[in-house]
Design a protein around this ligand. Structure first.
Ligand code: NAD
Ligand code: 2HG
Length: 516
């Protein structure tokens, strides 16, 4: 039975999806904070949050048994991802469910600013019929500067085109070709600041974007500019923005997000700035967006807990369901080869050419269940393991080949694996001994001289000890007259069996291996 905690207000359909599984015990709680959250979180396998629950370093360090955190939304800035990663906790988000809602909301903010609708509304509520103070501007032929052209930024740009706006965009990760396709002219930030009538930000909050727009940047802008932040508080410096509004240096701003939320106890200077529309982080607050992200998060949690499948992870390479099915056999094979390598070499690994799953297999025999797909890479890095990954599409005799070279202080091990029919993972090369074996279960690896009689004697000894042989694979090097036998057996042999096998004439080394 897996225990799942749902905090913040998740759409009911997401909770229902989880409750349908008999394997899940789902508990819903109001937003929890500090000690209450630490106490409650103990014993849960998964937690689903929106933006209000703060999964800080302290909270995560105190957690026990937590395997997955699902954020029903895009931004994961309420989660200490590095601590989660260190603890081997998968963090997933629901990246696409609220894109349209937030893009439409940004547009609503832009039009409300252009036509001063909230200010006119406030005046009407004061019973003042004022038709002079609220003269606005059209969007047609205006320049919109979009900073951050990911999911939301590009949807905003599409809508701006329909309004006849010229779009200048900045995103270091968007190609010129893609921008052109989207009808966006890529421009420097400086040009966006100087030429735009409206500026909207749609980046995550990172070290590079914190304070991206401050006093200096505002100084470059037109006096008529209107600025919108429906992304994350802190991307636009709040003090500088408030000052520009108060001094009339800019025409207006619309803000949905704050450096501290709610912003009331931090005396946020935007609270009393003129020509400023404020909202309490509502970009994703539509029935559709909340339904979408709740389902996305619930499915991510269920897939992970029941099938180990990781989708939309922010601290693991993410794969789609189809990709996961395609890769499943490779992941298992890589992990098994990792386990073989670990047992052959011991734990003094210095150079590797591998994947996370290989690393998981490599560390499992020494670190046990504390290592998983998420923390295997940091675990390796913390141990000074140097990694190199290469992809080589040169045709070879296998349709796919996973080649792993592990170097320790004393020796080097080369393992190759291939997957047949997308399901059967085979080890096909062990240090240039070629054979085809499934590296799984109890196995004996026997290095011997390539002379008659060895295979027979090995079989006889195992038979005498009542140990059943499941399969036997022999690889040989004719030039050195050496061979390697991999024997899969039904049980772990006693130490004296291994000693007896090692004494067979022609046998040079016997090693027992166990791979999950
Ligand atoms: N107000 C809300 O309720 C609400 C709802 C959803 C998303 N958001 C926020 O909106 C933002 C965008 O979300 P998204 O789904 O479009 O994310 P996304 O990851 O699809 O897009 C972000 C884009 O920002 C770009 N970027 C990163 N660093 C940059 C930099 N220094 N300069 C310029 N561009 C940079 C990235 O290349 C990417 O294209 C996020 O901060 C998210 O948390 C807010
Ligand atoms: O949970 C919410 O409503 C906010 C979501 C939004 O900030 C996000 O990053 O997806």
């Amino acid at each position: 039975m897996f225990r799942i905690l749902v905090t913040d207000k998740l759409d009911a359909e997401g909770v229902e999806i989880l409750k349908r599984y008999k394997e899940f015990d789902v508990v819903e709680k109001e937003t929890l904070k500090g000690d209450a959250l630490i106490q409650e979180l103990r014993g849960y396998d998964a937690i689903i949050v929106r933006s209000e629950t703060k999964l800080t370093k302290e909270v995560l360090e105190a957690s026990e048994g937590l395997k997955i955190i699902a954020r029903a939304g895009v931004g994961v800035d309420n989660i200490d991802v590095p601590t989660a990663t260190k603890k081997g906790i998968v963090v997933v988000n629901a990246p696409s469910g609220n894109t349209i809602s937030t893009a439409e909301y940004t547009f609503a903010m832009m039009i409300a600013l252009a036509r001063k609708i909230p200010f006119a509304h406030a005046s009407m509520q004061q019973k003042v019929w004022d038709r002079k103070s609220f003269k606005g501007v059209e969007l047609l032929n205006k320049t919109l500067g979009v900073i951050g052209l990911g999911r939301i930024g590009t949807e905003v740009a599409k809508r701006a085109q329909a309004f006849g706006m010229k779009i200048l965009g900045y995103d270091p990760y968007l190609s010129e070709e893609m921008a052109t396709k989207l009808g966006i002219e890529l421009a420097s930030l400086e040009r966006i600041y100087k030429e735009s009538d409206f500026i909207t930000v749609h980046t995550p909050l990172t070290d590079a974007t914190r304070g991206l727009i401050g006093k200096k940047e505002i100084e470059m802008m037109k006096k008529s500019v209107r600025i919108i932040n429906c992304a994350r508080g802190g991307i636009i410096d709040e003090a500088a923005l408030a000052e520009a509004l108060k001094s009339g240096r800019i025409a207006g701003a619309a803000v949905d997000v704050y450096s501290k939320e709610p912003p009331f106890d931090s005396a946020n200077p935007l609270l009393d700035a003129p020509n400023c529309i404020l909202a309490p982080h509502l970009g994703a607050s539509t029935a559709e967006a909340q339904y979408n992200v709740a389902i996305e998060s619930a499915e991510a949690v269920a897939n992970f807990l029941l099938h180990g499948m990781i989708v939309n992870s922010v601290n693991m390479p993410s794969v789609s369901k189809e990709e996961f099915n395609r890769l499943k056999a490779f992941v298992q094979l890589a992990e098994r080869l990792g386990s073989v390598a670990a047992q052959i070499l011991g734990n003094s690994v210095s150079i590797c050419l591998l994947t996370r799953s290989f690393l998981k297999g490599l560390f499992m025999p020494f670190l046990g269940d504390t290592v998983n797909y998420v923390n295997s890479l940091p675990t390796a890095q913390a141990r000074g393991v140097k990694l190199e990954e290469t992809i080589d599409d040169t045709p070879c005799e296998y349709t796919n080949l996973l080649k792993i070279i592990v170097k320790s202080d004393k020796e080097q091990l080369e393992l190759w694996g291939t997957v047949y029919a997308q399901v059967h993972g085979k080890m096909v090369n062990f240090n240039n001994y070629f054979f085809e074996a499934t590296p799984s279960g109890n196995m004996l690896l026997i290095a011997n001289d390539d002379v008659p009689g060895v295979v027979g004697r090995v079989g006889t000894i195992l038979g005498e000890k009542n140990i059943n042989i499941a399969s036997m694979h022999v690889g040989r090097k004719k030039e050195t007259r050496k061979a390697l036998i991999l024997v899969a057996i039904d049980q772990k042999p006693e130490a004296n069996v291994i000693e007896q096998l090692a004494k067979v004439p022609g046998v040079n080394k016997v090693k027992f291996l166990y791979v999950e």
